[in-house]
Design a protein around this ligand. Structure first.
Ligand code: PLP
Length: 439
């Protein structure tokens, strides 16, 4: 039987008090519960825009800021980010993301600056990226270079290419190291000189620089700045050695979110450290975070359909689960959640409940992996209440198993009454995984 990584943690986290939710959100969720089944997301797009403004203000002028649409593709969130939030553009990985990103940027009266990355780009997708005027296509293999060249040649155009690199010894390790080991992403470092030579021999390609996305979930500002410094130095050295006229370095995303009271990333410190760096003249350095910009702008709420015990475990079964929100099950800490009491309940129907006990919040899919959080201690939870997960704005709806079993997909809406930014969320479920800078 397969369990999600969060199952490995045997300590019980405490559910947040319902008062941790903004009052207007509670009111809205309760109104929704009265008028039908709740299973979906509420977003406050202004929180995402505020995050973007904060990060932009901290970054040095040589850095540009792109949002990785895969983290949240809800149009209202993209519109807020495309507005006067300080973003330079969007990073996309599919035709659908191209359309979402272009619509948001063009409707905000902005030039549609797009970057693209992702493994297994088909000829169709590469063509769509060219048609959309993608500013830099991050290429991940020799065949992809050849496909892109053929397409650009057919169109009589030249496409700016960044080689996505999987470095042999990555400068930083975080919760999800995506480099320095076998991966479908990027070109292994040792193969970069050959890939540059191939790209330069092909028509229609202008190799402008490199892309590295080597870490996710990093809350150590000093280490992240060291990682970026390492990317800049590596790119400058490799460009020199391979004869690339370096104009572009994309250092990926990977800024970590403080879930449930973990220590937050110190954005001011990150900015201060980056101000000490000086990239080569004429080089644009792009950051393309996803999670950090949008995690706090979303809440996932799911109605409790049943509460029952099985061989000593109390299950809280919700209308949703990983079919609506799969991220918590993939993390190695228990996601923070709260129970919002709903008083309405049909007369005559038994109402099972659990009191001051550890529960496992599971979904409606026929797989034992459908667990939102295991062993979270709740004061009280009843069938008909709502389980609400804050900080659900990143990799939520986009990352869920929406189609398995065919239940209705999670809904997505904007909060009716925007509220102030959430304060730091109480409870500290588990220590942050160590992040290590490799000399
Ligand atoms: C190429 C690329 N850029 C940026 C991101 C965003 O990463 P994060 O959400 O950790 O900031 C991802 C996430 O998978 C990615 O694959």
């Amino acid at each position: 039987m397969l369990f999600p990584p969060s199952a490995a943690d045997t300590t019980c986290a405490q559910a947040l008090p319902a008062a941790a939710l903004p009052p207007s959100l509670r009111t809205e969720l309760l109104a929704r519960a009265r008028s039908g089944t709740v299973s979906g997301y509420l977003y406050d797009p202004q929180i995402a825009a505020d995050r973007a403004r904060t990060l932009r203000a901290a970054l040095p002028p040589w850095a540009s800021l792109f949002f990785a649409v895969k983290a949240n593709g809800f149009p209202a969130v993209l519109s807020a980010l495309a507005g006067p939030a300080g973003l330079d553009g969007f990073e996309v990985a599919s035709r659908a993301e191209v359309d979402l990103a272009r619509t948001a940027l063009l409707s905000a009266g902005r030039p549609p600056r797009l970057l693209a990355a992702g493994p297994a780009k088909t000829t169709g997708l590469l063509g769509a990226l060219l048609d959309a005027g993608t500013e830099v296509v991050h290429v991940e293999s020799p065949l992809e270079l050849a496909r892109l060249s053929a397409l650009a040649d057919e169109r009589g155009s030249t496409v700016r290419v960044g080689l996505r690199v999987n470095p042999a010894a990555v400068g930083v390790r975080g919760t999800l190291a995506m480099a320095g080991r076998p991966a479908p992403f990027g070109i292994p470092e040792a193969d970069v000189p050959e890939a540059v030579a191939l790209a330069r021999s092909l028509p229609g390609l202008d190799v402008v620089g490199f892309h590295v996305h080597a870490v996710c979930g990093n809350r150590d500002a000093g280490a992240h700045a060291a990682y970026i410094r390492w990317c800049l130095e590596w790119a400058a050295r490799t460009a020199r050695e391979c004869g690339v006229d370096l104009r572009w370095i994309d250092v990926g995303g990977g800024l970590g979110v403080a879930y449930g009271g973990q220590s937050p990333l110190d954005v001011e410190l990150l900015g201060d450290e980056l101000h000490r760096l000086s990239p080569p003249a004429g080089v644009e350095v792009a950051l393309e975070p996803g999670r950090w910009l949008v995690a706090d702008c979303g809440w996932y709420a799911a109605e409790v359909v049943d509460v029952k015990r099985s061989y000593g475990t109390t299950y809280v079964l919700v209308r949703g689960g990983i079919g609506g929100f799969a991220l918590p099950g993939t993390e190695d800490f228990p996601f923070p959640l709260t129970v919002l009491p709903v008083e309405d309940w049909p007369a005559g129907l038994p109402r099972p409940e659990a009191h001051r006990t550890a529960v496992t919040v599971a979904g409606e899919l026929c797989t034992s992996e459908d667990v939102l959080v295991r062993d979270v201690v709740v004061d009280r939870v009843r069938a008909g209440d709502l389980v609400v997960v804050p900080q659900a704005g990143a990799y939520g709806w986009e990352f869920a198993l929406q189609s398995f079993l065919g239940h209705p997909p999670a809904t997505r809406d904007v909060v009716a009454h925007p509220h102030p930014l959430p304060r730091s969320v109480p409870s500290a479920p588990a220590p942050a995984p160590a992040l290590e800078v490799v000399p």
